[in-house]
Design a protein around this ligand. Structure first.
Ligand SMILES: [Zn+2]
Length: 124
């Protein structure tokens, strides 16, 4: 009888821990997603500095996140955001007619948003 109770309590503690972990993963992704949406809205030339600061903040957040279960997805986000940043900072965009950087960075930010949404659904 007592052994049954302890197994039950171990199981309930395990699921509690799992639920906490899922909640923490969800919160991480919703934070990243929110900043990605703001960064994408600020992609125009007038606001691109705000976009850059949001993306740098996300990269910093991702690098300190340390969620072992999400390592591959966080690496993918890091890659997409770093590439978007490179395009946003393109020096030719300011002078010459460099028209592909903004749409390309927008696409990358949308892909990154999709990764977040899919992971949020995966953790609900
Ligand atoms: Zn450019």
């Amino acid at each position: 009888m007592s052994s049954r109770i302890s197994i039950k309590s171990i199981l309930s503690r395990m699921s509690e821990k799992e639920a906490r972990q899922k909640k923490s993963v969800f919160i991480h992704y919703i934070k990243i997603y929110t900043s990605l949406v703001i960064a994408a809205e600020c992609l125009n030339k007038a606001q691109h500095r705000r976009s850059i600061s949001h993306l740098k903040m996300i990269l910093n957040f991702i690098q300190t996140a340390r969620i072992s279960s999400e390592e591959a997805q966080l690496r993918r986000l890091d890659e997409l955001i770093s590439l978007a940043l490179k395009d946003i900072r393109c020096p030719s965009c300011k002078s010459a007619n460099c028209s592909s950087c903004e749409p390309r960075s927008r696409t990358r930010l949308l892909l990154a948003q999709n990764v977040c949404v899919l992971r949020m659904f995966g953790t609900v």
